[in-house]
Write a protein that binds this ligand. Structure first.
Ligand code: MD6
Ligand code: FE
Length: 199
């Protein structure tokens, strides 16, 4: 896929029970919500965060905040199991010492999609991004450094972890509209965590 991108099939499977339990706690404190982009579109993906910093968007732009704008409270703490999974996956992909301070949690229902974008609101591009997929299969689109570059399609399954950084850090990417192929454990949804070093 790229020189600094690695797909670790099934890497998160041993962590699934702990991850699902943690989501329950996170969404109780900071519920999933459909954010609005600066262009005025409501995202079809529902989003929340945990960790010291959380990614948000509204009409004013994209940014990281330490407080959940919907609750006025800090984002829920990042569970230690999340940080451990992210650190171990990064190390397995050749990025030692990854200590994420932000974890976006995305929830997809059938039809939800994510249009092509770059992840460029983080301060330090030296750190990789670690992305964990749970539940229904998604087709990930992986492009180049320009929006119009051709894309490759990569299926992401329950338990897969994708790590990317270095030369691939700013490549455009997105997710195709989700098909309704219910998952044995999670039903008709997909949960994605992306870990970043944002601050
Ligand atoms: C998703 N992921 O898989 C959305 N970004 O649901 C992302 O936007 C993403 O998976 C950067 C690196 C990995 C990702
Ligand atoms: Fe992204």
């Amino acid at each position: 896929m790229g020189p600094a991108t690695m797909l670790l099939r099934g890497f998160a499977l041993p962590y699934v029970p702990e991850l699902l339990l943690a989501i329950t706690n996170i969404e109780a404190a900071s519920p999933f919500r459909h954010m609005v982009t600066p262009g005025g579109f409501t995202m079809s993906v529902a989003l929340t965060n945990c960790g010291a910093l959380g990614w948000t968007t509204d009409r004013r732009g994209y940014r990281y905040t330490s407080v959940d704008p919907d609750t006025g409270e800090p984002w829920p703490m990042m569970p230690t199991v999340f940080a451990r999974l992210a650190n171990e996956a990064a190390a397995a992909a050749g990025f030692d010492g990854f200590t994420p301070d932000a974890c976006l949690v995305n929830r997809y229902l059938p039809g939800s999609r994510l249009s092509l974008h770059q992840d460029k609101n983080e301060r330090d591009y030296a750190a990789p991004i670690v992305s964990v997929s749970l539940g229904m299969r998604a087709t990930f689109l992986f492009g180049g450094d320009a929006r119009t570059d051709p894309t490759v399609k990569v299926p992401l399954y329950h338990g897969d972890v994708m790590v990317w950084g270095g030369a691939d850090r700013l490549r455009y990417h997105g997710v195709m509209p989700l098909k309704d192929e219910p998952h044995a454990l999670l039903g008709s949804q997909r949960i994605n965590f992306t870990f970043r070093k944002a601050g």
